[in-house]
Design a protein around this ligand. Structure first.
Ligand code: ZN
Ligand code: ZN
Length: 174
């Protein structure tokens, strides 16, 4: 996801350009690829380029209950400013304080959105994703996928955090 902003950097503040996104990018934190679709607006600021995007991301995840793979979809609202290394108006080097952050425009006047997209996507991924809201998960006894199979174990689905309490109750009943 590289965008050449050489032209935009020569314009005055407030100048805008638009890009359509239909690309594959790599989500480093998840070690896998994702698809991105949407629109980006690049706005020239006094310091650099503001990137504003509404992007739909599709990424394959493993369901935390039934362990099947499924496609997770999320909407990302990207808002980041990218600062160039060189000021094209006077060829001076632009220094940025560490705390200010973040993203730079590389020396070829390219904005690389991959890192930002990776971070934004990772923040949207639930801790324990589910393939569907109704996912029944796996049988805790025999391990069959209860979404597609029935088993005779007749176990109630209990949250594993309550399992010690359940066995305590069982032992009291005995
Ligand atoms: Zn599932
Ligand atoms: Zn079972």
């Amino acid at each position: 996801m590289h965008y050449n902003v050489a032209g935009l950097l020569k314009e005055s503040s407030g100048y805008k350009s638009m890009e359509t996104v239909d690309e594959i990018f790599f989500v480093e934190e998840m070690d896998r690829q994702a698809d991105a679709f949407g629109k980006l607006v690049f706005i020239r600021t006094d310091k650099g380029i503001w990137v504003s995007g509404e992007i739909v991301v599709l990424i394959e995840l493993d369901c935390g209950a039934c362990l099947n793979k499924f496609e997770f979809q999320s909407q990302i609202n990207l808002e980041e400013e990218f600062i160039p290394y060189i000021d094209m108006r006077n060829n001076s080097i632009i220094h940025v304080q560490k705390e200010e952050g973040n993203f730079r425009i590389d020396s070829d006047n390219l904005i690389d959105l991959e890192e930002a997209m990776s971070q934004y996507t990772f923040m949207k991924i639930p801790f324990s994703p589910r393939c569907t809201v109704q996912c029944k998960g796996l049988c805790v006894k025999c391990g069959v996928d209860l979404n597609t199979n029935n088993c005779d174990c007749n176990t109630k689905q209990i949250d594993s955090r309550w399992a010690p309490l359940e066995s305590l109750l069982d032992s009291i009943k005995e």
